[in-house]
Design a protein around this ligand. Structure first.
Ligand code: NAD
Ligand code: UGA
Length: 478
């Protein structure tokens, strides 16, 4: 026996709520999915007839939206109404790091989750299954439960009951649709078997039962933080070894291949780069650090905090290295930045390494041309500021801004002192370096922080070349 689910509401129409409910709607035609958000602009964008204007870019998302929107998938700002109609409610709101008060800089700011719980307690009717989809600190379920079980709720309507489940999301941006359609596993934590089955049954429409893992609520909450911490740890590990490769003549690609063939280590997540970005790795690890310290385990906290510290060090290392190679001064030098998103195939710039690296270069007086196929200029202005010209003394270039977004056709490479690849967009691996070399100043540098360009092609073009973790280049160019 399980509960009958006909109407699902998802609170939060962001990077998780939107794609997740789109795939659910595509796979479960017998359920209607209502994604709600307080952000009017975002909901309008989800409802835009022009599918290139959806609020997020994810390969394959537009096709599913086209198929399901206004069939069994809707987007609206009517949060209260959607809650009152739903049999199951996903909480998929943002859980950023707290910026002030106790735990500032590490603990999760749960104000949006709490406000969802309060709204659910006010508007839900009958029996409702509340699902934590957001990534949450262990035991957040208790907070939600205490709000939903407050006497006010029973006073409002005596027949109201709730089950709370944890169903963390493991999708990666840029491959969200594939990850949702073919997940490695689905994790569902909770106590009541009927509620667990109700959610499990939704997934069973397209996920094989052996991939659905049931745990208690706390294991599920902690497993999500742990998965992100382990993934991020691999990147910090490989980046630390990449730096060592550069000074010893080893090559990080060869080292990665050599260790990744050990089935206990595995080949994935061993690409060294400018450091991990994205909205979650840093915040989730810091949250883990906070929890460890809170529960009296500072050694555990210190172990995980080092993963974030290495990442910050690695991002700063890259800008320092560019400064060193360009004779110790960037003042008035023109640098072309290729890629601003935190990874390819997304328009998301949250915690993108490009932000810190560009800021460091601007601080040194460099003038930046930035290209990204999906990140808008509006977003870049939000991340970098708009007019920094007054900060550059003796600026040789008559520009209004210290940085500008350009298309690659707009003379992007002309007079550049250096090109820095920060995101692994496919098109950057196709660049004709011979043509580019003719446009750049001499000696021109190419910095490939993603190992995506052909080394021989760059070197043959006469440009100087640095590639992350490639020790064979360290003596060649200097
Ligand atoms: P997001 O910022 O893109 O979206 C969150 C949305 O929630 C926003 O549109 C915001 O307006 C809305 N919101 C906040 N409070 C609300 C309220 N009270 N009522 C209605 N709407 C409200 O965030 P995201 O990237 O989708 O992440 C959501 C959660 O999922 C986070 O906990 C994150 O850690 C987790 N997560 C994210 C990813 C990812 O790839 N981005 C992957 C797995 C898990
Ligand atoms: C990550 C996890 O992979 C998801 O499982 C998780 O659901 C999600 O966080 C989340 O909780 O938000 P995401 O941040 O979208 O997904 O993207 P990743 O592919 O994990 O990349 C994160 C960062 O690490 C990017 O900046 C990427 O360029 C970098 N990275 C990744 C490397 O530098 N090297 C690698 O080998 C892999």
């Amino acid at each position: 026996m399980s509960y009958l689910i006909k109407k699902v509401c998802c609170i939060g129409a962001g990077y998780v709520g939107g794609p997740t409910m789109a795939v659910f709607a595509d796979k479960c035609k017998y359920i209607s999915f209502n994604v709600v958000d307080i952000d009017k602009e975002k909901i309008a964008a989800w409802n835009n007839d022009d599918l290139s204007k959806l609020p997020i870019f994810e390969p394959g998302l537009d096709k599913i939206i086209k198929k399901c929107r206004n069939v069994n998938l809707s987007f609206s700002n009517a949060v209260e109404e959607a809650i009152s109609e739903a049999d199951m409610i996903f909480i998929s709101v943002n859980t950023p790091t707290k910026t002030k008060g106790q735990g500032a800089g590490k603990a999760s700011d749960l104000r949006y989750v709490e406000s969802c719980a309060r709204q659910i307690s006010k508007y839900a009717r009958g029996h409702t299954i509340v699902v934590e989809k957001s990534t949450l600190p262990v035991r957040t379920g208790e907070l939600i439960k205490s709000i939903l079980e407050s006497p006010d709720v029973k006073n409002r309507e005596n027949s109201i009951t709730f089950d709370i489940l944890s169903n963390p999301e493991f999708l990666s941006e840029g491959s969200a649709i594939k990850d949702l359609e073919l997940p490695d596993r689905v994790l569902i934590g909770g106590e009541n078997s009927e509620a667990l089955t109700a959610l499990g049954d939704i997934y069973r429409n397209w996920v094989s039962p052996d991939k659905i893992i049931y745990t208690n609520l706390w294991s599920s909450e902690l497993a999500k933080l742990t998965a992100n911490a382990f993934l991020a740890q691999r990147i910090s590990s490989i980046n630390s070894i990449g730096a060592l490769c550069e000074v010893t003549g080893a090559d990080i690609m060869e080292v990665s291949r050599a260790i990744g063939t050990d089935s206990r280590i595995g080949a994935k997540f061993l690409n060294s780069g400018p450091g991990f970005g994205g909205s979650c790795f840093k915040k989730d690890i810091l949250n883990l650090v906070y929890l460890a310290n809170y529960f009296g385990l500072p050694e555990v906290g210190n172990f995980w905090e080092a993963v974030v510290e290495i990442n910050t060090w690695n991002q700063n290392r890259l800008s320092k290295l560019i400064l060193d190679k360009l004779f110790g001064t960037l003042n008035g030098k023109l640098i072309g930045i290729l890629g601003f998103a935190f990874k390819a195939n997304t328009n998301d710039t949250r915690e993108s390494p490009a932000i810190m690296i560009c800021k460091n270069l601007l601080e040194e007086g460099a003038i930046l041309r930035i290209h990204d196929p999906k990140v808008t200029e509006k977003q870049m202005i939000k991340d970098l500021g708009s007019n920094l010209k007054e900060n550059i003394p003796n600026n040789d270039f008559d520009k209004n801004n210290q940085w500008e977004k350009l298309s690659l056709e707009d003379d992007f490479y002309k007079d550049c002192d250096a090109i820095v690849i920060l995101t692994e967009w496919d098109e950057y691996s196709q660049i004709n370096w011979k043509e580019v070399a003719n446009l750049m100043k001499s000696p021109g540098w190419v910095f490939d922080s993603r190992s995506i360009v052909n080394k021989q092609n760059v070197l043959k073009s006469g440009l100087k070349f640095w590639k992350v973790g490639d020790g064979s280049l360290s003596t060649k160019n200097d």
